[in-house]
Design a protein around this ligand. Structure first.
Ligand SMILES: NC(=O)c1ccc[n+]([C@@H]2O[C@H](COP(=O)([O-])OP(=O)(O)OC[C@H]3O[C@@H](n4cnc5c(N)ncnc54)[C@H](OP(=O)(O)O)[C@@H]3O)[C@@H](O)[C@H]2O)c1
Length: 225
């Protein structure tokens, strides 16, 4: 059975990813900061919920140790935050900036690095991270969202470097853009989460090594850097 590990799988896009891959017969490892409260995730067939505070290296170590070398076919580093999106330059605090970067840029890289042996043991060997159109410098023609944008542009830079490093060992690393999706993060504005995730699932299932390093929309199109 194919196994997918999804971080931040207790709600939003992560939960829907777990739902759709579970429905397709995959084995799911879903992470949550508070597994006891992840009732919807826990109820999905073939799903194991493990604790992960993505910004804490010791929590990542604990996750790796609980997995104990189990093969992971697909990693989706999905956990992310967006805070004070409307803050003006003087309202952007150092604390907010570093907190958002820790979650959206550092944590996915740290998680992928720690799970490298598990990915190498898998069949698919796919590592995907959840980026955003807000990562795009080219597409930014209206400003705002300073910390979030920087964190996702940073993620793109890190993940692209990872993709170049890992293509020689057969792991295909890509960045995904889910679109603007109706979740808690967006105040439930945007396209239905089912639609975004159905598209991303198809993208993930069709990946080949030639896709390494791409930033891919939920509709399969390339997103400008
Ligand atoms: N929704 C959109 O329109 C949109 C667009 C582009 C990109 N994205 C990206 O897609 C991903 C999922 O977003 P979403 O819309 O599903 O957001 P969401 O509903 O707010 O869910 C965020 C998930 O990330 C988890 N998380 C946050 N910080 C974490 C941490 N430090 N450690 C572990 N888990 C953490 C949350 O866990 P808790 O429940 O414990 O807080 C939750 O499970 C994010 O990376 C986001 O940036 C979303």
């Amino acid at each position: 059975m194919q196994t997918i590990l999804i971080s931040g799988a207790n709600r939003g896009i992560g939960l829907e990813l777990a739902r759709q891959f579970s429905a397709a017969g995959w084995s799911i490892v879903g992470t949550a900061r508070r597994p006891d409260e992840a009732t919807e995730l826990k109820a999905l067939p073939g799903t194991e919920v493990l604790p992960l505070e993505a910004t804490d290296p010791s929590s990542i170590d604990e996750l790796v140790s609980r997995l104990g070398g189990r093969p992971i076919d697909v990693l989706i580093a999905n956990a992310g935050v967006a805070i004070h999106l409307e803050a003006t330059p003087v309202e952007v605090t150092r604390e907010d900036f570093l907190a958002v970067l820790a979650t959206n840029s550092f944590a996915p890289l740290a998680l992928a690095g720690a799970l490298k042996p598990n990915l190498l043991a898998g069949q698919h060997r796919v590592a995907a991270a959840m980026s955003s159109l807000m990562s795009s410098i080219t597409a930014n023609d209206w400003g705002t969202q300073y910390t979030y944008r920087a964190s996702k542009t940073g993620l793109n830079a890190l993940w692209r470097a990872l993709a170049m490093e890992w293509r020689s060992i057969g792991i295909t690393a890509v960045l995904l853009r889910p679109g603007m999706v109706a979740t808690r993060m967006t105040g439930y504005r945007g396209i239905p989460v089912e639609m975004s995730v159905a598209g991303m699932k198809m993208v993930v299932e069709r990946l080949t090594p030639a896709d390494a390093g791409r930033l891919i929309g939920y509709d399969g199109s390339d997103v400008p850097w």
